[in-house]
Design a protein around this ligand. Structure first.
Ligand code: SF4
Length: 176
């Protein structure tokens, strides 16, 4: 019997109530579209690094290359906490041989692209990437990644499936 493939996913997309406001972003379409042969590995960087639910919402703040993860109202900087947790989590995830990762779009932790970034003078014209998503891509660059928003486009979901299958085939060949 063939084993299921493992795909990481932002936990709120699986319906876990981990968002800053105590809610979730369950995406039934994604679960159905990627099929029953997937074992989902949920990850919520903000909760797993020790932040509570509910919590103050955060955004990216500062320079585009080294943005900080800062709460919107009180300006509390959680960057070091997040990066420290990420360092340990990434080696754990790498050992699980993930075939892909689906990130929650626009999140300052999980967003892959187009995450709003702010500076002292207001919203920057440039867009950023969430801290965890950015670190994941650098740590395991071969693992296919996509975000929930793009996966609702039939072109992108088919491409993502192809990339996941190709990555899995290559991994199996390497371990034979
Ligand atoms: S987007 Fe990421 S950090 Fe935010 S609630 Fe979802 S899993 Fe957690």
């Amino acid at each position: 019997m063939e084993e299921n493939i493992r795909i990481g996913i932002s936990a709120c997309l699986l319906g876990e109530r981990v968002r800053y406001d105590g809610g979730h972003k369950l995406d039934e379409f994604l679960k159905d579209a990627l099929g029953p042969s997937v074992d989902w590995i949920p990850v919520c960087p903000e909760v797993e690094c020790g932040l509570p639910v509910p919590r103050e919402a955060m955004h990216l703040f500062g320079p585009s290359k080294t943005p900080r993860l800062v709460t919107i109202g009180q300006g509390i900087d959680h960057t070091d906490r997040m990066l420290q947790w990420t360092k340990n989590k990434l080696s754990e995830l790498a050992a699980m041989d993930l075939a892909g990762f689906v990130f929650k779009s626009r999140s300052p932790s999980c967003g892959l692209r187009g995450v709003p970034r702010y500076t002292a003078s207001g919203r920057s014209g440039r867009k950023g990437r969430g801290l965890f998503a950015n670190a994941f891509i650098q740590y395991v660059p071969a693992v296919p990644v996509e975000d929930d928003e793009r996966l609702h486009d039939p072109r992108f979901i088919e491409k993502f499936k192809e990339r996941v299958c190709a990555h899995e085939r290559q991994r199996e060949n390497e371990t034979r």
